[in-house]
Design a protein around this ligand. Sequence first.
Ligand code: GLU
Length: 304
Amino acid sequence: MIDFQGTIEAIYNDLKQTPEKGIVASYIPELSKQSSESLGIHIQHIDGRTFQIGDWNVPFSIQSISKVLALSKAIVFENKRIWERMDVEPSGNPFNHLSLLEMEDGIPRNPLINAGAIVVADILITHLENPKMDFLNYVREITGDDSIDYNLQVAASEQQTGFRNHAAANLLKSFGNLNNDVDVVLDFYFHQCALEMDCSQLAKAFFLFANKGICINDNKHISSSQAKRINAIMLTCGFYDEAGEFAFEVGLPGKSGVGGGIVALLPNNFVISTWAPGLNARGNSLLGMQALEQFTTKTNRSIF
Ligand code: GLU
């Protein structure tokens, strides 16, 4: 039996000593208030056991991690049709890159780069009656936690500085790949990214991807085939232009966000989440990546 608690304690104690902790994101001004000293780790095992250490219960902005949750809702409405509006190839480019979108006629490379996530937001707005509330309720339901909410200051902060997202949405619109108003879609997208969760809530939210589409409350939300496909997209596209490095170092499907969170999972086994706001040059949590690399190496648990 693996000593999960002992393993994450050893990793935590090691990483707390590291002098190099990365740089906190500042392009969304609200995020710059976080400390690069924070570090939390949480494991939600499929059998119900949990293990945690450090700042695992401090809420943070999940940012791009929300793109996976939005995709899991949109895929239920559109199923395979969703892939007519975006691809499933890694971009090899930063999350807010625009030139590929222009070259590829407004079809985003995948649903986890910003342009793809903005198309997913457009799909949700088309299908949901009260998009922001209905999406929040979906996240609360799959997590089994009604206290989860949007951080409105973070959403407003990004609204004011999200120039590249405005550019991406307008480009998509010009190619006919947005059905709703640019401002309405972006308002939804900025709120989705401003969802706040702690490591424990995040691990619970991703439980359904490790459990063939069945959430922690035992309700089926997506098919096992859809869960398989979403995991494949996380593995190939979940870490900006560092997805190859994450697969190489860690070997699990996962998703990171510029708030410093990472969530990764081993299907039929566990979900592990980390939070450490200091980012590396590619925008992924520096200590989070190191924690997960140590974790899969020490426990010998990865998809490979
Ligand atoms: N809301 C952020 C943006 O669109 C998300 C970025 C991220 O976490 O990668 O710029």
